[in-house]
Design a protein around this ligand. Structure first.
Ligand SMILES: [Zn+2]
Length: 255
């Protein structure tokens, strides 16, 4: 019990620290800046942020959401991303334990956080992130086939299962979807195998409801471009964390 609590605290803190780095990625990748070089600085007054004010979540709360130097408000997105990544790591640990599979899940979820927040802000899914998810997917498929005896071709099924239907939709109705969404589902499909269809189903369902909600509130038009990446990312997250549970629930209900 105590041991589990200690592991949970460790996993959460680790998730918050990585979440802090994800903020750097979300801010710098779309503007083509290196994520490895350069310290964090306030975008308002350009002052470097000292290490003791760079502690995830706590610094934001201590400074009440303002820069320690110029008092400019800091976007609540930063602590939100940190907290979200902490919670995702806890979920990955809860589902897979301290295992290689859990590590794979945690890395994928972090990449999805970056994809979702960049897509929300810039309406693009950078190719560099798609390539990272693809490489992670290949490593995951190799790991599963070598160590867990999972059929190697499931990754290839996953590669095309969701991406090809999305590609067809994109060719018929180009306004509906971007190439980035198709590439994201191809790359994540290698990781997930056939479970990518569950991800597509959940993502399309949530995206559909959200669009309908916007239309109903007359805040959007049929033409307003809603980024699909965050919904697909949520679908992939659901398949990674709850995929097995949902599939067995489905099978026990209908068969
Ligand atoms: Zn400042």
């Amino acid at each position: 019990m105590l041991e589990n609590t200690l592991v949970a605290v460790f996993v959460l803190i680790y998730g918050l620290i990585i979440g802090s780095f994800l903020n750097v990625c979300i801010y710098r990748i779309p503007i083509g800046k290196s994520v490895a070089k350069g310290r964090s600085y306030c975008p308002h007054c350009d002052s470097l942020i000292p290490w003791y004010l760079n502690i995830p979540l706590f610094s934001y709360l201590c400074l009440r959401g303002r820069c320690g130097n110029c008092q400019a408000p800091i976007s609540p997105i930063y602590p939100l991303v940190e907290a979200l990544n902490g919670i995702l790591y806890l979920l990955a640990w809860y589902t897979y334990g301290l295992s290689v599979e859990g590590l794979f899940a945690a890395i994928l979820l972090s990449l999805l956080v970056v994809v979702a927040f960049i897509d929300m802000k810039h309406k693009i899914i950078p190719n560099s992130l798609v390539i990272m998810i693809f490489v992670l997917g290949v490593l995951h498929a190799v790991y599963q086939s070598v160590y867990l005896g999972v059929d190697w071709y499931l990754g290839i099924i996953g590669l095309v299962a969701a991406s090809v239907p999305l590609l067809l939709i994109m060719l018929i109705y180009p306004q509906g979807m971007g190439g980035g969404d198709v590439k994201l589902m191809a790359a994540a499909g290698v990781f997930l195998g056939p479970k990518i269809l569950l991800a597509l189903f959940i993502g399309a369902l949530c995206g559909g409801f959200f669009s309908f909600f916007l239309l109903a509130c007359r805040k959007g038009t049929m033409k307003s471009e809603i980024p699909f990446g965050p919904f697909l990312s949520f679908g992939i997250f659901t398949a990674v964390i709850f995929g097995e549970a949902l599939l067995s629930l489905y099978l026990s209900t209908f068969f």
